[in-house]
Design a protein around this ligand. Structure first.
Ligand code: AMP
Length: 424
């Protein structure tokens, strides 16, 4: 088995897969200092398709699990299918067309409208329709949401508090290429007022399994203030997503999504991460992602009771319907520890101390590297600390306390992850 990626998400996949009795050998490319506990790190970038294929052939890899979106949007699955010698190796993750659900906001909005999946009302504009975009904004009310169509490293969404600001930003995105090529088309979308959560689905293209739900925390500052980050923490399950809400999600969103992919003739084998807004108890899709989330995976994997490798084999072989797992009734909470300065500029190469003092939580490495006996920081998000406990309160207490035990110069973490959910 080969996992592609180097973050906390891939650490959580590696941790879970390493528990499978069927696993003969696990490789992670490129991995981090933590994934080396579960398998063998291979120094190949997740976007170097030729090198990945050669490695996979030489090492008789039976399956490739793609962690991040970039290789999927760039077509790694299609690359393997077309490869003269590596075409038989199953890739978990959609082909390029399905990956457009994440790679293009306009594509995903059209998909939702076509299949009557609840989402915010929207219109798309580009350079040829910029004036029409200004006219459209005059008919709308603030706040209003502007989204760069393409991948913009999580930065391409702007929530504008006035129509005048929205016009300025629309011009900056389309005419001045604020997010480069990604904002040459812009989706203007109604602002949804509610509470966010994520639902994860695994599909072989025919049937699907609902994985545990989660809520993530994106802002750098406590009480959700400051700049957006890749993710500062997560909790699974989202306590406000009760069974009746999840039933609505399954009926109105998950099933029509899988059926819609089939109707559109889009093959899809892999994870679908559905970002939702609960508006007065009614679910709306904010976005699709075509892979698992980071740091949601770190909270979701420990709650899956069963063999992840068996589920992935079901995806690859198209018989997922015959595989099963159960979901732990416990709560998982994940606190991400970052380098000082992140998400702005930060230093790396700081020695990390006291990891072994964490006894009750799982430490998932992200931006780390090993140098001799030492573990050094090597990125913005350095590690994620996940506690699984009987109650939400205990999981939050434990993960926050354990995040406090780990030390490196400039270390920062939020002490409030999940505490807002105690009232639900
Ligand atoms: P996205 O990349 O589409 O997930 O958007 C990033 C973030 O912007 C989301 O996680 C939401 O917090 C927010 N957002 C996106 N679309 C909307 C919307 N229509 N209404 C309110 N907030 C939104």
């Amino acid at each position: 088995m080969l996992i592609l990626g180097s973050g906390g998400r891939e650490s959580a996949f590696a941790w879970k897969l390493s528990q499978s009795s069927d696993l003969a050998k696990l490789y992670i490319a490129p991995g981090n200092a933590g994934t080396a506990q579960y398998g063998i790190n291979v120094n190949i970038k997740a976007t170097d398709f030729d090198a990945i294929a050669e490695f996979a052939l030489q090492n008789k890899i039976d399956m490739i699990l793609v962690g991040p979106e970039e290789p999927l949007v760039l077509g790694i699955h299609d690359f393997f299918l077309a490869h003269p010698r590596a075409g038989h190796i199953p890739v978990i993750g959609p082909q390029k067309e399905g990956a457009q659900l994440e790679g293009s906001k306009d594509f995903s909005k059209q998909f939702m409208v076509r299949h009557s999946i609840p989402t915010a009302a929207y219109r798309s504009f580009d350079r040829s329709s910029l004036e029409a975009g200004f006219d459209y904004l005059d008919t709308q009310q603030a706040p209003i949401v502007l989204k760069a169509d393409g991948l913009a490293a999580g930065k391409g969404v702007l929530i504008c508090s006035s129509i005048a600001e929205a016009k300025e930003e629309l011009r900056a995105m389309i005419a001045d290429s604020k997010f480069g090529e990604a904002s040459s088309t812009v989706v203007i979308e109604e602002f949804l007022n509610g509470i966010e959560l994520s639902v994860f689905v695994l599909t072989d293209g025919n049937s699907y399994k609902l994985l545990p739900s989660a809520k993530d925390y994106k802002r750098i500052g406590e009480r959700d203030t400051g700049l957006n980050t890749g993710g500062m923490g997560s909790v699974s399950p989202a306590p406000f997503a009760d069974q009746s809400f999840l039933d609505k999600v399954e009926e109105r969103i998950v099933r029509p999504t899988i059926e819609g992919l089939k109707k559109d003739g889009i093959p899809y084998k892999g994870f679908i991460f559905i970002g939702l807004m609960s508006v007065a108890g009614e679910p709306y899709v904010i976005e699709y992602n075509v892979r698992m989330g980071d740091p949601e995976t770190q909270s979701v994997m420990p709650r899956i009771e069963g063999d992840l490798l068996d589920l992935l084999q079901g995806v690859a072989q198209g018989d997922l319907a015959h595989r099963s797992f159960s979901v732990s009734g416990q709560t998982a909470a994940t606190v991400v520890i970052v380098s000082g300065g992140y998400p702005g500029s930060y230093e790396t190469g700081k020695a990390i101390a006291n990891i072994s003092s964490v006894k009750e939580s799982i430490v998932f490495h992200a931006g780390t590297r090993a140098e001799g006996e030492e573990i050094l920081t090597a990125g913005g998000r350095v590690m994620a600390v996940t506690a699984v406990e009987d109650t939400l309160f205990d999981a939050l207490q434990q993960s926050t306390a354990d995040a406090g035990r780990i030390y490196f110069e400039g270390k920062y973490y939020r002490r409030d992850i999940g505490f807002d959910l105690l009232d639900f």
